[in-house]
Write a protein that binds this ligand. Structure first.
Ligand code: SF4
Ligand code: SF4
Length: 432
């Protein structure tokens, strides 16, 4: 909900969606004939020094761990039982390389028992080896504390979602109390971290209170639930530019991921279903439950959504989501929303220049001189943007793009710049 102030120079107040006390029952999408799982590793079978472990026509079971190369840490968990029909390259946002593993679904479902056998004696290694590809997508640092990542002493659980119109974590908090309690207990046991905080909105304090975590209230005004905002407003820690929350010892994980961890250890089964909001062309939102890997056209056809030429499909929320360009794009463990916008009503970006109106500066929660930053980003001068115009202070809320009268895609410029600078520093570290 957007509340505009009477005084035009004041910021508009944009509030997160609050879930009703009557919990919506998610609409279940039937298991499709084919799912596609995206492995976070490039497909390079030719010349790879490691043996390839998967091939076309291999059979897989629900819950089975699938790694493409011997010795690789990257894996997916199969959400279905069936046969691998293809393995291919997949290009994601900003040209990131993934491997797409397509599986033809069999009629009868068979559960893989490997995790069930191992989880009787839970260890961090088991969690790391099986629970990275679960609904809610926990960050890698959660299961590799102090080894490959900075040392973590605090875990913050989101009991509210980080973008507008999304209610996945509120739904988890209200409907999965038992699984979340188990998940919090497992996190304490596995990580040894006692400082676990559930950051939830005021109206969910009761649900948050029985989770076993400490409870903190987060404001329902956007962008109060983004990690750096929680760091500042809830934990009283300012993350310096160029540092991450993990560098400050804090790891963020969603309530849905904690519920998935709890369910996995409680039942010995890795959950294959992802919940997300389908935001339709009229702005109405429906809670959906679908197998990870379900192509988005299956969601549309089950929910009577017609896709016309020039309609826009977005994965994620209205402020920070990204367009996708194929109706075959699969639902992933971190897909919290699928939004479809009518081509006739699209707010298109433009190539108009900045007119220095100052709207972006007034609304930016990080107090960045966005009008100056955007000039350097447009020119591809990323290092100067980082050094002189606070690129790394950006919390990626998208408010500047939302208010920009020239309709500049500022957030996308910012994400691209951070991605490119990240690639350069990784390449320099590898070659050093
Ligand atoms: S996305 Fe824009 S408004 Fe938000 S913190 Fe970054 S520069 Fe500021
Ligand atoms: S809102 Fe857009 S046009 Fe206005 S100063 Fe910022 S970048 Fe320039």
């Amino acid at each position: 909900m957007i509340k505009r102030p009477f005084i035009s120079l004041a910021k508009p107040r944009i509030e997160y969606e609050a879930l009703d006390v009557t919990l919506p029952e998610p609409k279940e999408i039937p298991t499709p004939k084919k799912v596609t799982l995206l492995l976070n590793e490039p497909y390079e079978p030719v010349g790879n020094k490691n043996a390839v472990l998967l091939k076309k026509n291999d059979s897989v079971k629900t819950g089975e761990k699938l790694s493409l190369y011997d010795g690789s840490d990257a894996y997916v968990i199969s959400s279905v039982t069936g046969t691998i029909s293809s393995i291919s390259s997949f290009l994601g946002e900003f040209g990131r390389s993934y491997t797409a593993i397509a599986i033809d679904v069999a009629e009868d479902e068979e559960m893989d028992e490997q995790f069930k056998a191992l989880c009787v004696e839970p260890t961090m290694d088991i969690a790391k080896d099986y629970l990275s590809f679960i609904p809610g997508n926990p960050p890698a640092s959660l299961f590799s504390n102090g080894s490959t990542s900075p040392s973590i002493d605090t875990i913050v659980i989101y009991g509210i979602d980080s973008d507008l119109l999304i209610t996945v974590n509120q739904h988890a908090l209200m409907s999965d109390e038992k699984a979340i309690r188990k998940g919090v207990g497992m996190l304490k046991q596995l990580t040894g971290i006692e400082n676990i905080i559930m950051a939830a909105p005021e109206h969910l304090m009761q649900n948050a209170g029985v989770s076993g975590a400490q409870v903190s209230v987060v404001d329902a005004e956007y962008p109060a639930t983004l990690p750096r905002m929680i760091m500042q407003n809830v934990l009283g820690k300012v993350v310096p530019a160029g540092k991450s929350c993990e560098d400050m010892g804090v790891c963020f994980v969603s309530a849905e991921a904690v519920a998935s961890i709890g369910t996995a250890f409680d039942q010995g089964r890795i959950p294959p279903f992802k919940k997300f909001n389908l935001i339709k062309k009229d702005g109405n939102s429906v809670m959906i439950s679908a197998r990870i890997g379900t192509p988005v056209h299956e969601i549309f056809s089950a929910c009577d959504v017609t896709v016309n030429e020039k309609d826009r499909i977005i994965f994620g929320g209205p402020m920070t989501g990204s367009s996708i360009y194929s109706e075959y794009h699969p639902i992933q463990p971190d897909t919290d929303a699928v939004m479809i916008q009518d081509g006739k009503n699209l707010a298109l970006v433009s190539d108009y220049p900045c007119i220095n109106c100052g709207e972006c500066i007034r609304i930016c929660p990080a107090k960045i001189p966005v009008n100056m930053l955007v000039r350097f980003l447009e020119a591809g001068q990323y290092e100067q943007a980082a050094e002189e115009y606070d690129l790394y202070s950006c919390v990626e809320c998208g408010l500047c793009s939302f208010v920009c009268v020239s309709r500049m895609p500022i957030l996308h410029y910012i994400k691209l710049a951070k991605y490119e600078l990240g690639r350069i520093s990784t390449a320099e570290a590898t070659n050093a």
